[in-house]
Write a new protein. Structure first.
Lengths: 253, 262
């Protein structure tokens, strides 16, 4: 695929903190409307990669192109690339509706259009009843939904998600994964989804990659990702298979 | 509460309140000679002098102007300075630098600065005293706001940036509203540092800038204990008022938080 068809291109990106090399000459490409899942352990350089793309950190070497435009020198506020943290990071002094409207107000969206978009987003997130609540009155899952809505309402070119469901319980996490898939399809989101959870990586991404000690490996297909022993999918499958085989027959009842 | 703790609480309250009551009582005395336990004559004459003796009324106004402006300026600027330090690659070195003015007493600092204040024509001037007090309170504010600019607040500002906000918008729309409480506390503290400052003011002001603490010492030096007590009462009034306001604010805030939880 030629570079002109890609929305985001990262070329030979490197970063080190002191003598510790965090990213090694990393390349990645992402087409519009696609979600790339990156699986990586803690300290593998995931956050650094996302922050560099968002403009919150500076790379030592390498180039980033967005819509074929070189954006290395562009300030974060001019990139239209949104970085979502593990924490929802809602602005604590603003209500749910005001949090959603924050990005629109920065863009000087007229008040009527702003109110309409906020109401629509609240409806989509199932949070219409919570519009006037303050963030500390919301549950973890609700907070994360508002964080999603606040990001999507400004229609960013790329959304960078840094283990967004890491702090949620298993059930809420599943609901949020479902919601993200739904929103990603509805809004044609282009995103990089970083996680250390194998199942989540497989569920969320149209494309899959691993990041290990600053080295990114992008897989041509889901099958290739599953077959690679380094991803751990085969080991996981073998584990569940062994559980199934060893299961006492009495449990079936 | 057991009897023992109630007694301890009463004793503590007495030790805290007694000096205040004693100074108020003294300011209302007229003659008090040994070995009388209390002043022999009572009068409001000392308090009436507030309207007659210009030294006291001028001292109050001057102290209020200096302390309010020093407190407000130092609080706001230290919030900004602490932010720059939090984002700086040399955060540690800057913070160590902020502690340096407190390694020596303000009087020693004033003696060291005196040369520069003389050269700048600020010695013996209100502006000079203002600047000296500001230089003492600013590092305090920086140390105070160091913990405010933690990774959480910085992440909120970064998030505002990716949402399209400039660094100034990130500060003004996100961090500043969150800093209002700490700003108020920093202002109270800086105000008090400035309000009670004696040595620095005496040296830089060379006795020409007559703030309330200087008047208290002057009256004590003149053995005018009733005037000294009056000036002390006036010196204690704003801190007591601030303490009361602070208590009310904390009380209202905690009540509000309880309401939100419900």
């Amino acid at each position: 695929m030629g570079t002109t068809e890609k929305l985001l291109i990262v070329k030979e990106l490197s970063k080190k903190y002191g003598s510790e090399k965090v990213l090694h000459s990393l390349d990645l490409e992402l087409a519009s409307g696609q979600v790339l899942s990156i699986l990586g352990r803690s300290g593998s350089g995931k956050t650094t990669l996302l922050k560099i793309i968002a403009g919150l950190e500076i790379a030592d070497t390498g180039d980033i192109f967005l819509n074929q435009k070189h954006i290395n020198e562009l300030a974060p506020q001019h990139r239209n690339i949104l970085y979502l943290y593990q924490e929802a990071l809602l602005f604590p002094h603003l209500s749910v509706a005001e949090n959603l409207a924050f990005g629109l107000r920065l863009r000087k969206t007229p008040a009527a259009a702003c109110a309409q978009k906020v109401a629509q987003m609240l409806e989509e997130l199932g949070l219409s009843e919570q519009a006037h609540k303050m963030p500390d009155a919301l549950s973890g899952g609700q907070r994360q939904r508002v964080a999603f809505g606040r990001a999507l309402i400004v229609q960013p070119k790329v959304v960078l998600l840094d283990e967004p469901f890491g702090a949620l319980d298993a059930q809420t996490r599943q609901q949020m994964q479902f919601l993200f898939k739904k929103l990603a399809q509805a809004h044609q989101i282009t995103a990089i989804f970083v996680t250390h959870d194998l199942k989540e990586a497989l569920l969320m991404g149209d494309h899959l990659a691993t990041l290990d000690q600053g080295q990114l490996k992008v897989y041509p297909s889901k099958a290739a990702f599953i077959e690679d022993a380094e991803t751990g999918v085969m080991a996981e499958l073998a584990f569940w298979e062994s559980i199934k085989t060893d299961r006492p027959t009495g449990h079936e009842n | 509460m057991t009897k023992k703790y109630r007694l301890l609480a009463l004793l503590t309250a007495f030790l805290l309140v007694f000096p205040i009551l004693f100074v108020v009582m003294l300011s209302l005395g007229k003659t008090w000679s040994y070995p009388a336990l209390l002043p022999e004559h009572w009068s409001v004459a000392t308090w009436s002098s507030l309207f007659q003796d210009q030294r006291i009324s001028q001292g109050i106004v001057l102290s209020l102007i200096i302390s309010i402006s020093v407190g407000a300026t130092a609080s706001f600027l230290s919030l900004l300075l602490a932010r720059s330090i939090a984002y700086s690659a040399h955060q540690r070195q800057w913070l160590v630098g902020s502690y340096l003015p407190y390694l020596v007493s303000p009087v020693v600092l004033a003696a060291a600065w005196q040369y520069y204040f003389l050269r700048l024509g600020l010695s013996g001037q209100v502006q000079g005293v203002w600047l000296a007090q500001f230089l003492i309170t600013l590092p305090f504010g920086v140390i105070f706001f160091n913990s405010f600019w933690n990774s959480h607040i910085r992440s909120l500002e970064q998030l505002a940036a990716t949402l399209g906000g400039s660094p100034w918008q990130g500060f003004w729309l996100v961090s500043f509203p969150l800093a209002k409480g700490p700003l108020l506390i920093c202002f109270f503290q800086s105000f008090l540092i400035s309000w009670f400052e004696y040595g620095l003011t005496a040296l830089i002001g060379v006795g020409k800038v007559q703030t309330l603490p200087l008047l208290v010492f002057q009256y004590v030096g003149e053995a005018n204990i009733f005037y000294a007590a009056l000036a002390s009462c006036l010196l204690m009034a704003p801190p007591l008022l601030l303490l009361w306001i602070n208590k009310r604010l904390v009380f209202i805030r905690s009540e509000g938080m309880e309401d939100q939880k419900e």
